[in-house]
Structure formats: C-alpha cells, structure tokens
Design a protein around this ligand. Structure first.
Ligand SMILES: [Zn+2]
Length: 134
C-alpha cells in the first residue's frame, strides 16, 4: 500500500503511524468541498486522502465491511460529509474584529479643541512688544 497522509491540517494521521486507520482517497466530486470545509487549498492535480477520524466510516463508506473483512480499497459515498471544520477559527477572527472596532470608536478628537482656545491669546500677545517699544 502506498504512503497516505490525512489531508486535514490539524491531523497527523498517515498510513505509517496509523496503519489500522482507514485512510480513504477523497472522491473527486467531494474534494473541492472538503478542502473548503477544512480550510485547505484545492489543487486539481493532487490526490488527497482523509482518515476515518473525520467521517463516519460505517455510514460514509460504500464498502466498509468489504474493506474491513476483505481488505477492499475503501470508497466514499457521494453523500459522505466531512465533520471536521476548522475549529474555532471563525470565532477567533470575529473576536479580533470586535477588539479592533472598539479601539477606533473610543478614540476621540480632543486635541483639536485645545488648539482652538490657544490661538486667540497668542495673536493678541504678538501685538504687545510693538506697544511696549513706543
Ligand atoms: Zn485525519
């Protein structure tokens, strides 16, 4: 059997360290969707595999028992769905967005008003030396 590695980024299962896991070749018609679901870039030319941790082998494999008992190549059903969406990633980014938003709204233009009140006194003060010279 050739070397197979699970395509899920957070999963380290492969045919070497988990020889007893089902690592199935992802159907071409499911691959785009699954890549999107786990946040992996889709490449047309690649063959990608997924280990049994991310789907329900009994439900999502066409030949689960044939694979188990007759060592058939496992095949996914067209209806198989991956149950590993990128964990917490979207939640984190919305939290960050909230923080950034708060930061900009709490900043108030205080400095401008202060400059305005200073200006008249400096302009009247500049006329003083001329009067003093007389
Ligand atoms: Zn996996």
């Amino acid at each position: 059997m050739e070397y197979r590695k699970c395509f899920v980024p957070t999963c380290s299962n492969n045919s070497k360290n988990s020889p007893n896991k089902i690592i199935v070749r992802i159907r071409e018609d499911l691959r785009k969707k699954w890549c999107r679901d786990v946040g992996v870039e889709y490449h047309k030319v690649y063959t990608q595999y997924c280990c049994e941790d991310h789907f329900d082998p009994k439900k999502d494999l066409k030949n689960y028992y044939q694979h188990k008992f007759l060592n058939q190549e496992p095949r996914l059903k067209p209806t198989a769905s991956i149950c590993c969406s990128a964990p917490n990633k979207s939640e984190e980014s919305t939290e960050l967005a909230k923080l950034l938003l708060q930061d900009t709204t709490t900043r108030k233009p205080v400095k401008r008003k202060y400059e305005d009140t200073i200006m008249p006194s400096t302009s009247s003060y500049s006329t003083l030396p001329v009067k003093a010279g007389l």
